[in-house]
Design a protein around this ligand. Sequence first.
Ligand SMILES: [Zn+2]
Length: 99
Amino acid sequence: MQEREPVGMFVLMGRAINERIAAHGHGKELVLVCECADGDCAALIRLTSEQYRKVRQGHSFLVKQGHESSAIDRILARNDSWLLVEEPDALKSPLRMEA
Ligand SMILES: [Zn+2]
């Protein structure tokens, strides 16, 4: 079995990708990547650049409907296809990892 990467790494990667997409898609519909903790997730999320700006105001993550981890994520907002979840504790204290 492969050793698992810390959850936070994938989440931050997804967010960085989305930031770049949004930077080039001003005023358009954006096709973003799911920011869930699954490193193999390739789900796409569509929202307008306007919606994205609102979503990105807090320290929250955008995940596809059903990709939230009920153990770590607190849902802040939901749409019919995506959810906005609170930053996982794993990111707030990256040195502390659960066994
Ligand atoms: Zn996902």
